[in-house]
Design a protein around this ligand. Structure first.
Ligand code: G4P
Length: 289
């Protein structure tokens, strides 16, 4: 667990007293795996909001299900494409709605001028700075994930009523299961190789064959069949694209890199890897174990 991430957690622990609410940015394609349990633990005493970011890359129907899931759990949540124009007002309304009781109390105490202070948190590369720039309608310096880009805390004033605290992206020391690590690697949140690229791509292509086989057919002309392994699927894709090396062997490494790049860039269509029903299934499994 890198030292700069431990430092960030300490900074959050300290700064949490000075904020009114915590807004965790999640990746709409993997809302479960991008939800940081360490951040949840540290920020437990404060109101929480969630933004399902990169919604432009996620399946809109499943995003709706996730919005319903978070809302029914009592947390404010919106879906967002931080690269698109607009949505700044929707985000501000979400924050104001969530904190209306607090604002009311402040007004009653005559603290009319006090701005709402929101801590923005999330895993690396989830879109924190893009989101902040969107809401603040200006380009602010990025709180780097590594020390040296920007040090320490960083407040961004959106307007008189709202201030955002940018924080460096952090992961957590240990993923409870392999799936979380894989999903973070598929979307590019974990950049350091957790395994070789071909094995990673095998896991992704197998998941895509279950979740959205038609995307594999449309993009790579692969027709997934019952019983095919990740390697079989990867090889089929490499053959269809004509990725061959000398002696008629297929170039699996090339295919693996292309699959990962195209998935991350949304070229295979809008695909969500995690569904709210996965969570229910997990709970059932634990319940019956
Ligand atoms: P961070 O602060 O959490 O580390 O993330 P940052 O804003 O730097 O965003 C990481 C990458 O994700 C950037 O892409 C950014 O453009 C992209 N991104 C952020 N929000 C969205 C979104 O809602 N939808 C989509 N599709 N992408 C989003 P990059 O490849 O690093 O840079 P670039 O493509 O912008 O040049």
């Amino acid at each position: 667990f890198p030292g700069h991430m431990t430092k960030t957690l300490r900074l959050m622990e300290k700064e949490i007293r000075n904020v009114d609410c915590v807004l965790q940015i999640l990746d709409a394609r993997i809302p479960l795996s991008s939800l940081n349990p360490e951040i949840e633990r540290i920020t437990a005493g404060k109101p929480h909001l969630y933004v399902l970011n990169k919604a432009d890359l996620a399946d809109p129907e499943i995003t709706k299900q996730w919005l319903a899931y978070f809302t029914s759990a009592g947390a404010g949540c919106i879906a967002m494409d931080s690269k698109q124009r607009g949505r700044a007002t929707a985000t501000k309304s979400l924050i104001e709605k969530e904190l209306s009781a607090l604002m009311e109390r402040r007004r009653n105490r005559g603290m009319v001028g006090a701005a709402i202070r929101v801590m923005i948190v999330g895993i690396p590369n989830v879109g924190k700075s893009t989101f902040i720039n969107k809401v603040a309608k200006k380009k602010s310096a990025k709180a780097g994930d590594r020390p040296g880009v920007t040090r320490g805390k960083q407040w961004i004033t959106v307007d008189q009523g709202l201030e955002l605290l940018d924080t460096p992206g952090i992961l957590w020391p240990k993923f409870e299961d392999e799936t979380i690590g894989l999903h973070l690697a598929f979307t590019g949140a974990v950049r350091d190789a957790i395994m070789d690229v071909e094995t990673l791509a095998c896991h992704l292509i197998l998941l895509l064959a279950q979740r959205k086989p038609e995307a594999l057919t449309a993009r790579f002309k692969i027709i997934p069949e019952e019983g095919m392994s990740g390697w079989d699927l990867l090889e089929a894709g490499a053959r269809k694209r004509g990725f061959l090396i000398s002696g008629g062997e297929v170039d699996l490494e090339r295919m693996a890199n292309i699959l990962l790049d195209e998935f991350r860039a949304g070229k295979m269509g809008r695909i969500t890897l995690e569904l709210p029903e996965d969570l229910e299934r997990e709970e059932d499994d634990h319940g019956t174990a």
